[in-house]
Ligand binder design. Structure first.
Ligand code: PA5
Length: 425
């Protein structure tokens, strides 16, 4: 399903030389004995997920499909990036299925919040608020504004049928509020952290509401869990990727540039950045994850990559088959001198841009390239890729002796902000 290729990586060490360490960490992950082991629920989630709740998500999507011109998803970080990544990857940037996804609760920007409120005011709205803690300020503030809007627009009774809360099963302000107001609720499992939660109701419910086939996502996740279960590096591309990252860092590369040639992968890159950045960036360690979309960003960042300071390596996510394609039309007069491409498919052109860039960066520029190839941008592939990146992240972090599942550093800004906001202790 997913191929990983290091042949353009300019590696100075053998990936296979890390086999013993990988085997030890593989056992640690599966026996749940490492740091953060109470957040390894995603490892066997393909089997343990709540089947009754899964059906309830599909039922909610079915019940609300005629009421949801706009699905407003209110959440931040792990409570929104996955749904956005999957929706854009699978449906593209301009889906025409009558369900627009709008994301709020991920910013304090007054202009953005007010523009969203203006955008949705005359449309039929379904609101999914998502917060594990139930106390995240960006999300709680936007939810207050939206709840007020929904109750004024629909009245309290109808609003309560259009608001769904995804949160902790028993605790927290959002859970108490949802119970009091009578909102339908879905559970964020205790043992799955935000950035690993797209395969739970956190990601799956908004995706189901938007018309994405969440059964196929789960099927992909299940297949990956089975197919990526070996500790043998030759058999496990996710572990080879994890090791290659460590070798890259040993060679002095401290920035990983995640590259896609598909516009609809921009949000996937944001999700990937959170997964790697928040998991690995602690104790003064880690690779800085950054991302670009080529060939778009070759006209901006391309100069630095080609000739700038040698701080980065690229990880290219190559897509074999695009969701849509078409041929370059003929122009009998050839006034634009583009007839050399007549009859070629747009995806073929994009592929040549990729191959040309690969050679330019690797051979001419000396920039290492790691290649991850996926078959398409459909649901099954997304689910598969989730497990691939989760297990690769756990492996690459444990190789650095880092707990992949906590994020103590993000509390610092909150503490300062709460003081300035005058939040009661
Ligand atoms: O990965 C994480 O844990 C974070 O990005 C959280 O998902 C984010 O801070 C939102 O938290 P919550 O779901 O508690 O509102």
């Amino acid at each position: 399903m997913i191929k990983f290729d290091v042949s353009h990586g300019l590696l100075k060490e053998e990936v296979g030389s890390y086999q013993d360490q990988v085997s030890d960490i593989h056992a640690m992950i599966h026996e749940k004995t490492g740091a953060g082991n109470d957040f390894l629920g995603w490892v066997d989630w393909a089997e343990t997920y709540d089947k009754e709740e899964f059906e309830r998500m599909l039922a909610a999507a079915d019940r609300l499909k005629d009421k949801a011109e706009v699905i407003v998803v209110c959440g931040i970080g792990g409570s929104y990036l996955g749904a956005r990544a999957a929706a854009e990857m699978i449906q593209g940037l301009y889906p025409d299925n009558g369900h627009e996804l709008v994301f709020v609760g991920n910013t304090f920007s007054s202009t953005y919040i007010n523009q969203v409120m203006n955008h949705i005011k005359d449309k039929s709205v379904v609101l999914n608020v998502i917060s594990k803690s139930g106390t995240t300020t960006e999300t709680a503030l936007a939810f207050r504004i939206l709840r007020d809007f929904m109750e004024k627009k629909y009245g309290k009774e109808e609003a309560r049928t259009r608001i769904i809360a995804t949160t902790d099963k028993a605790r927290g302000t959002l859970k108490s509020l949802a119970d009091k107001e009578g909102y339908e609720t879905f559970v964020i499992p205790d043992d799955i952290g935000g950035r690993y939660s797209v395969i739970t109701p956190v990601g799956l419910l908004p995706l189901a509401l938007a018309g994405v086939d969440i059964r196929a996502i789960m099927q992909g996740y299940q297949d990956a869990t089975r197919e990526l279960s070996s500790d043998i590096l030759e058999e496990n591309p996710a572990y080879r990727y994890a090791v290659a990252r460590r070798i890259m860092q040993n060679q002095g590369y401290n920035v990983e540039l995640f590259v896609s040639y598909e516009m609809q992968m921009r949000s996937l890159s944001e999700w990937w950045k959170q997964l790697l950045g928040e998991s690995e960036g602690k104790d003064g360690k880690g690779i800085l994850p950054d991302s670009v979309i080529y060939s778009t960003d070759l006209h901006s960042m391309g100069q630095f990559v080609q000739e700038g300071r040698k701080v980065l390596f690229e990880t290219v996510l190559d897509v074999e088959t695009p969701n849509l394609d078409s041929e370059v039309p003929n122009d009998p007069e050839n006034n634009d001198n583009m007839n050399y491409l007549t009859g070629k498919s747009l995806h073929w052109v994009n592929k040549q841009a990729f191959l040309g860039t690969l050679e330019a960066h690797e051979v001419t520029g000396g920039v290492p390239n790691l290649l991850i190839t996926i078959p398409d941008m459909k649901e099954h592939t997304f689910g598969y890729m989730c497990y691939f990146f989760f297990i690769a992240t756990a492996m690459t972090c444990y190789m650095l002796d880092i707990n992949p599942f906590n994020q103590p550093g993000v509390e610092v800004y909150k503490k300062n902000m709460f003081k300035l906001l005058g939040k009661p202790e």
